[in-house]
Write a protein that binds this ligand. Structure first.
Ligand SMILES: [Fe+2]
Length: 212
């Protein structure tokens, strides 16, 4: 994607900082399961805790805090209650929500022709992984396989703290001719009821599709 920002020269991700319960467990998952290199470890001054950095390739890092005084994870608040999976998304949409100000999930970029292989590799390492989701512009926003309209293909899984991670592969450039839009009116805080009604309508449409 080309840089269209005239205000700030933002050059991609530098790092994102997550919070874990057990740094030893986190290091094991990110190095041994995901194969990421631990490139920097810090013991914070004043007994505050630790700050560790894992390489995402290039100069981008996935970082963790371990805080002496952090609160416990609050599923459904601090991060999603369940992994993002087609079954979950359609049957219990609330399970993928998290609170205002939280980080919902983090997507690592991978090549489209690797998604299937990587899914199997994660499963072989004992990780529970979603079905492959091919996101398109249809009513369900999901296709069974890669079609012209699919813009990104994804798999989702969780780290030991329940952080939802995604391997995401761009399938094409964004294009209005493929149904990509930039004109949805941004929701306001008090639009919740409107969206709840849209949810009911969607459920009815889906039920109709199933019986058709
Ligand atoms: Fe995502």
């Amino acid at each position: 994607m080309k840089n269209t920002n005239n205000e700030f020269e933002i050059r991609g991700l530098n790092h994102v900082a997550m919070v874990c319960k057990d740094m030893d467990r986190t290091v094991d998952f990110y190095t041994n399961v995901l194969g990421m290199e631990l490139v920097k470890t810090i013991d914070l001054p004043g007994g505050v805790g630790q700050h560790f950095f894992f390489s995402m390739g290039g100069r981008e890092c996935f970082a963790f805090f371990w805080f002496t005084e952090a609160e416990e994870r609050q599923p459904g608040i601090s991060n999603p209650r369940a992994n993002i999976d087609p079954q979950v998304v359609f049957n219990d949409p609330k399970a993928i929500t998290s609170s205002h100000g939280s980080m919902n999930h983090f997507a690592f970029d991978v090549a489209p022709d690797k998604i299937e292989e990587y899914r199997q590799k994660l499963i072989d390492k004992g990780v529970t992984v979603s079905e492959i989701m091919h996101h398109d512009t249809s009513i369900t926003q999901a296709a069974e396989e890669v079609t012209e309209e699919v813009w990104v293909s994804s798999i989702y899984f969780q780290d030991p703290d329940g952080i939802v991670l995604e391997f995401a592969a761009w399938q094409r450039e964004f294009s209005p001719s493929m149904g990509d839009r930039t004109d949805y009116v941004p929701a306001k805080a008090d639009d919740r009821d409107k969206y709840r009604k849209m949810g009911e309508k969607f459920a009815a449409q889906m039920a109709e599709l199933e019986t058709a």
